[in-house]
Design a protein around this ligand. Sequence first.
Ligand SMILES: Nc1nc(SCCc2ccccc2)c2[nH]cnc2n1
Length: 158
Amino acid sequence: MSERLRKILTLVFVREPGKILLGLKKRGFGCGLWNGFGGKVEKNETILQGAKRELVEECGIQADVLERIGLINFEFENDPVILEVHVFQTFHYIGDPVETEEMKPEWYKDGEIPFNQMWPDDKYWFPYMLQKRKFEAYFLFKGMDTILDYWIKESLND
Ligand SMILES: Nc1nc(SCCc2ccccc2)c2[nH]cnc2n1
């Protein structure tokens, strides 16, 4: 089986009871969409360390405890690199979110998430996150807007 090229990325959601912190991406990949906070994992850090670093860099919040809740593989047609996105959430953090060059943070009620201004896959896996159910998922994209194929399943492994 030929080894696929993989890019390891993180995605972090800060939670309060009934609310979730989203950031409007101001530049780069996914610009103009609301999303969690995250990005690349550097060579000299673990995935968890990368997730915590990106959260501080993108909105100034320090998360003591990050809980792994999901793993999503994104494939884009005609692109050999698979994005392996490790999804985390935290209810225990320090600081108030601040706007950075990268992200404009805003709190949304769990029932009022702006899915029409987010990646099209989010509406499929957010319900698992909001119900605290661990999940694994795969999405095959054509361009940035069209999902050609996907699967999602509840995962019990830690
Ligand atoms: N929600 C969501 N996020 C991403 S990329 C997340 C990882 C990332 C990458 C670059 C900068 C910051 C964060 C997606 N890609 C395709 N569908 C998607 N859905």
